[in-house]
Design a protein around this ligand. Structure first.
Ligand code: SAM
Length: 278
């Protein structure tokens, strides 16, 4: 009978965010796989956990996953932790989970902090639908392409970003996505926690010329109707087309439906566009 793989979330800054269940599981498993053994030993010492640690990081992920799966297949229990937050979220974990599932082992998540979730719930932007894009690419061309790819997703967008790239990324966001509302969530749960919100241009102005430090999650508003490709002038021509069709004898509903189809919009999109421009 295979053992169990536990995915254990740990704090993203504030040690008091460690869950009782995380402590219990980390005490009980046969081995704990972590990114950096020295870093994790400090965390474990704080909670008087003296369990065996092995390294499991992006550079030894493939080999180490094989070794850990052999242990699980032999009936042992393994916990994975990352340097901070939830394993598998912009951190190693996925490969091991995939292989553990393939081996028929139980995979048990032990929930806790995730930086992007904390950022998005505190940003003041809608949380009904959220797109998490991990780290934005570090090269400008790729970053802009990535932003263009996600520009139309009807969800609040969240990314991780390094502090030394924040200003350049904000400038690219402004250029590619337009001046949307946003929030920079810095050092969440730590002493210097800061959640700076406003439009992208306001946030850019706030951080301009400063040396930005700490860990950052960037939250950006979804595309609004105003930034719809058919906004402004095109909305007026959509309205013109509807009246033209009405003059040709169509009732308003049918004219709207036809004009929407001609413009490649759904009926509800066309309706929203025309109504918000009235
Ligand atoms: N697994 C982690 C999680 O659950 O959020 C994320 C790990 S990823 C390698 C590290 C990045 O997460 C940082 O560079 C930063 O963008 C974001 N992050 C981590 N801790 C944070 C914090 N306290 N405040 C804001 N962002 C944080």
């Amino acid at each position: 009978m295979p053992g169990t793989l536990y995915l254990v979330a740990t704090p993203i800054g504030n040690l008091q965010d460690m869950s009782l269940r995380a402590i219990e599981v980390l005490r009980q498993v046969d081995v704990i796989a972590c990114e950096d053994t020295r870093h994790s030993r400090k965390l474990l010492n704080h909670f008087s956990i003296s369990n065996k640690l092995v390294s499991y990081h992006e550079h030894n992920e493939v080999d180490r996953a094989g070794e850990l799966i052999s242990l699980i297949e032999a009936g042992k229990s393994v916990a994975v932790i990352s340097d901070a937050g939830t394993p598998g979220i912009s951190d190693p974990g996925f490969l091991l989970v995939q292989r553990a599932r393939d081996a028929g082992a139980a995979v048990v998540p032990i929930p806790g902090p995730v930086a992007f979730v904390c950022a998005v719930i505190a940003a003041g932007l809608p949380t009904d639908s959220i797109y998490f894009g991990g780290f934005l690419p570090s090269k400008q061309g790729e970053r802009r392409r990535r932003l263009a790819e996600v520009a139309d997703i009807p969800a609040t967008l969240v990314f991780y970003e390094a502090p030394h790239r924040l200003l350049r990324s904000l400038a690219d966001c402004l250029e590619v996505l337009g001046d949307r509302k946003a929030a920079v969530a810095r050092e969440l749960t730590k002493l210097h926690e800061e959640i700076a919100s406003g439009t992208l241009s306001e946030i850019l102005a706030k951080f301009a010329g400063k040396t930005v430090k700490g860990e950052i999650a960037l939250v950006i508003e979804r595309k609004s109707d105003d930034s719809h490709p058919l906004a402004a002038a095109d909305a007026a021509s959509l309205a013109d087309r509807i009246s033209e069709l009405e003059k040709m004898g169509l009732d308003h509903k049918s004219a709207l439906k036809k004009a929407a189809k001609e413009s490649g919009l759904s009926k509800s999109e066309a309706y929203r566009l025309v109504i918000t421009k009235k």
